[in-house]
Structures are given as structure tokens and as C-alpha cells.
Design a protein around this ligand. Structure first.
Ligand code: WQD
Length: 341
């Protein structure tokens, strides 16, 4: 009998790639997603890669009754990976209540429901944005959690505190994974990043500009105190990131976690500026990207990248794919969905 894992937000960018790796590892995957920022056709892509179509429920975490009814039909769930959340720093500064409702109320409903059904193992999709503007780089898991620079980052800080408190009273066993900047796409190009509407994130905006969907990329500021004036981030391949989730779930199911609340940074340890990402894209594609320098974006931190020692040593996980690999897989995916040759 396969071990059943619930993946919330499983038709999303990181969620769908993680579902593939969970199925590859032999787990039975159930997805819930409200399809607010993803498309049901992602299930076809997952099935094309693994040959297994995951069980799917179109559930909004803010509808607690629907959530309780759905989980009531899957009480054999052994662990949960919680991705379902809005995740755009810039957008969160413009629509804070949308982020509080979805990311915080949704998470309270989920944790409450899981506790009621005695499902107490969860991997939480957190973010390096919980660190705010870090004083020292690279950030480690013990770096100070400063005031979040964005509403999005604050909702992730709240999410972590919910799990810390639930773990403290013995109601949850949680591993929190703090992602840096996920990028790239599955090597088969059957799944990838599929932003609905105008992309908030850099890499899909680059690929859509190169595909002619967007006229020009605006670089959000080049007057930061960095070598080339643009923001620095730690871009991590989505498949590398997904593999870390399989390791984390296994760790919980086999009770290998040392505390009831564990935190791991998931990055490469290498920082890249916006202009370096553009240069990498142009190098691997041979294309000239149309971009201009614009004003800073509210909520952006100057620079952040990770110290990956803990995940490397404790989880035995390391990111392998390079920035060039990510740019190429992201472009191959964009060409596929834009039907470019
Ligand atoms: C990166 C840089 C922008 C778009 C992301 C996720 C968040 C979290 C952390 C996982 C910034 C600049 C962007 C554009 C630009 N990851 N940019 N022009 O804000 O670091 O956050 O990683 O949880 O969920 O959103 O990523 O790609 O939005 O921005 O110049 O059109 O690219 O200003 O400096 P960010 P991003």
C-alpha cells in the first residue's frame, strides 16, 4: 500500500514539480488547489511525466467546510506539504488583505483541520523573505528574523509561528523549508512556471519578453549598493527544490526529525544580480533581451543568498543545477507553451 501525501497548491509551480518527484519516489499523491494561480492542465503534464494522474480536489483553504469534507475522505494521509499561498512580493504590497486571507486564514484552517483528523506531519513552504533585509550574508537558519520587507514575507513569518506554536503543544511535527528564488522548469518541458496574467517574478517575465508576449523587461532599479546596482538573489532550480521536499517528507514519516519544528534554507549559496540573470539567459539562448532600467520596486530587499550547510549536512541535500541550466529549462518550457520552435 503506497503512503499517501497531501500536497496543497499541487498544481502550482513548485507544487507540481514536487508531485512528480513524490510519485517518482513511490508515494500516492493527493492534490488540493483552488486554481487561482494555476491551471488544471498541469495534471496532464504530471501524468505525461510519471504516468500517474494524481487525485485532485478543487478546494480553497479559506472554505474550511470544503476542506474538512475533503480531508475526511482521505484520513489515511500520512503527511502534508503545504504550498498553497500567494507568493509575489510586489503584489503583496498592493493587495495585503488578499495575502492575509489566503496565506494566513487559509493556513489556520488547514492546520486546524489536520489536527482534528490527527494528521500531524507537515512540510511548510516558507521563504527567505522571512529574513527581511539581513545584516550578514549568507543567511543561515539562525540569522535574525527581522521585520519582513513585504506583506508576503510577513505572512510567511506568521505561518512559521503557527507551526512553532502547534509543535510546542505537541499538535504538529513540522519541517519548514525556506526557499530562495525558485526558477527553471522540468527537463521534459511538460510542466514549468505558468503565471496567470502578467508575471510578478523575474524569470517568467524574461522568458515572456523573449517570446514576444511582453514588449520589454523593466529592471526594478539599478541604484542599489551592489556591484552592478541591481538586486541580488539566490536562484535555485525547481527540480532541485522539489527533491528536497521528498527528503523532508521521508524524514518526518520515518520520525528522523530531531525536533518537532525544524527549519532548512534551500538555496545554492550563490547570489546573482538581476543583470547577471539576464546575461545568463542571453548566453544560453543566444538571444538579445529587450530590457530597460526602471524605478525600485517596493518590498524588495537589496541582497539575499543562503548558507546551505544545514540542508547539505542534515538532509543530505544539495542543489546541483546552475543558473545557466535554469535559464535554458525555463526558455525550453516557454518555447513549448508559446509554440515557438
Ligand atoms: C527578483 C528580482 C525584482 C521582476 C521571490 C518569490 C518569493 C520567494 C523569494 C519563494 C527583484 C527583480 C522582478 C521584473 C525585475 N520565493 N525583477 N523585474 O521578489 O525575490 O521573491 O523569491 O517563496 O515567493 O516571489 O523574486 O523574481 O519577483 O524578483 O527587475 O519584472 O528581480 O525587483 O530584485 P523575489 P522576483
Amino acid at each position: 500500500m503506497k503512503t499517501k501525501i497531501l500536497v496543497t497548491g499541487g498544481t502550482g509551480f513548485i507544487g507540481s514539480h514536487t508531485v512528480v518527484e513524490l510519485q517518482n519516489a513511490g508515494y500516492d499523491v493527493v492534490i488540493i488547489d483552488n486554481l487561482s494561480n494555476s491551471d488544471i492542465t498541469v495534471l496532464d503534464g504530471i501524468e505525461k511525466i510519471t504516468g500517474i494522474r494524481p487525485t485532485f480536489g478543487q478546494i480553497d483553504l479559506t472554505s474550511k467546510l470544503d476542506l474538512e469534507n475533503f480531508i475526511g475522505q482521505h484520513q489515511d494521509i500520512k503527511a502534508v506539504i503545504h504550498f498553497a499561498a500567494f507568493k509575489a512580493v510586489g503584489e503583496s504590497m498592493l493587495k495585503p488583505m488578499m495575502y492575509y486571507n489566503n496565506n494566513v486564514i487559509g493556513m489556520v484552517n488547514l492546520i486546524d483541520t489536520l489536527i482534528n483528523y490527527k494528521i500531524n506531519k507537515i512540510v511548510f513552504s516558507s521563504s527567505c523573505t522571512v529574513y527581511g533585509e539581513a545584516d550578514d550574508l549568507p543567511v543561515t537558519e539562525n540569522s535574525e528574523i527581522k521585520k519582513a520587507a513585504s506583506t508576503y514575507g510577513f505572512t510567511k513569518q506568521i505561518g512559521e509561528q503557527i507551526l512553532i506554536d502547534a509543535a510546542r503543544v505537541g499538535e504538529m511535527n513540522a519541517i519548514t523549508l525556506r526557499y530562495f528564488n525558485p526558477a527553471g522548469a522540468h527537463p521534459t518541458s511538460h510542466i514549468g512556471e505558468l503565471p496567470i496574467g502578467v508575471p510578478n517574478n523575474l524569470v517568467p517575465y524574461i522568458t515572456q519578453t523573449a517570446a514576444g508576449i511582453r514588449e520589454i523587461l523593466t529592471v526594478n532599479g539599478n541604484d542599489y549598493p551592489t556591484p552592478d546596482g541591481t538586486n541580488i538573489r539566490d536562484y535555485i532550480d525547481v527540480v532541485d527544490l522539489s527533491l528536497a521536499h521528498v527528503i523532508a517528507v521521508k524524514r518526518l514519516i520515518e520520525n528522523k526529525n530531531l525536533e518537532m519544528f525544524e527549519v532548512f534554507n534551500l538555496g545554492t549559496g550563490k547570489g546573482s544580480s538581476v543583470l547577471e540573470v539576464i546575461k545568463s539567459f542571453e548566453k544560453v539562448t543566444g538571444l538579445k533581451l529587450n530590457y530597460k532600467i526602471g524605478p525600485r520596486r517596493e518590498g524588495d530587499v537589496i541582497s539575499i543568498y543562503s548558507d546551505t550547510k544545514k540542508a547539505n549536512e542534515v538532509l543530505g541535500w544539495k542543489a546541483n543545477r546552475s543558473l545557466d541550466d535554469m535559464m535554458l529549462s525555463a526558455w525550453n518550457w516557454q518555447k513549448k507553451i508559446s509554440k515557438l520552435n
